[in-house]
Design a protein around this ligand. Structure first.
Ligand code: 2DT
Ligand code: MG
Length: 211
């Protein structure tokens, strides 16, 4: 199994540029954990299913225009609207594997030129991740992987700026995995990091982001 009886779940976040392999690795990690008998759910942000998420989705698809600060706050609001459910899931023992979270929120908006501290402020008080895994892929390499789609932000020059901001956000929960390694190698490294994190979380209370 995984974790102990009655222990809380871990909040594990995968971060990285577009086409860094986050979504595939989240899916692989989730099936690995479930296969071991772990209680685990896969989440992603933006969560496009809510009404806030639909506004974000239309903006990303260039179907609507929004002021940069406004969209920043919508991304944050989209995490806030899930905070209650996130807390109850974690406390009831479910580990959450989350594809993007607050670090995306700050890195992408700061890369547009918004003030870094202003970008961090609305994230404070959200649940702090126990582990953030950054899938490190050079922007040029990521762009080669089947190319980008048509969404906003999927441009190499912009992605380079995002990468710089991600690096400036590293903290004690941050682990870098070389995303250019073969998929199976990356997968193995993630399994190890996450298995260890789930065990170590057992006795620790949930914390809030305090940026
Ligand atoms: P996906 O391609 O993963 O669906 O993301 N983004 C994401 C932000 O600008 N702020 C945020 O808070 C989050 C979670 C990253 C869609 C794009 O949205 C960006 C890529
Ligand atoms: Mg994308």
């Amino acid at each position: 199994g995984c974790g102990g009886k009655g222990g809380r779940g871990a909040l594990v976040v995968l971060e990285g540029l577009d086409r860094s392999g986050k979504s595939s690795q989240c899916a692989r990690l989730l099936s690995f954990l479930k296969g071991k008998g772990c209680d685990a759910d896969g989440w992603r942000f933006p969560d496009r299913t809510t009404s806030v998420g639909q506004m974000i989705s239309a903006y990303l698809a260039n179907q609507s225009q929004l002021d940069d600060r406004t969209v920043h706050l919508l991304f944050s609001a989209n995490r806030w609207e899930k905070r209650g459910l996130m807390e109850s899931k974690l406390l009831s023992g479910t580990t959450l594997i989350v594809d993007r979270y607050s670090h995306s929120g700050v890195a992408f908006s700061a890369a547009k030129g918004l003030d870094l501290e202003w970008c961090k402020a609305p994230e404070n008080g959200l649940i702090a991740p126990d582990l953030v895994i950054y899938l490190d892929v050079q922007p040029e390499k990521a762009a080669e992987r089947g190319g980008y789609g048509d969404e906003r932000y999927e441009k190499i020059e912009f992605q380079k700026k995002v990468a710089d901001y991600y690096l400036s956000l590293r903290d004690s929960t941050w682990k870098v995995v070389d995303g250019s390694l073969p998929m199976e190698t990356v997968e193995e490294q993630l399994r190890e990091l996450v298995t260890k994190c789930i065990q170590e979380c057992q006795g620790k209370p949930l914390a809030n982001l305090a940026w």
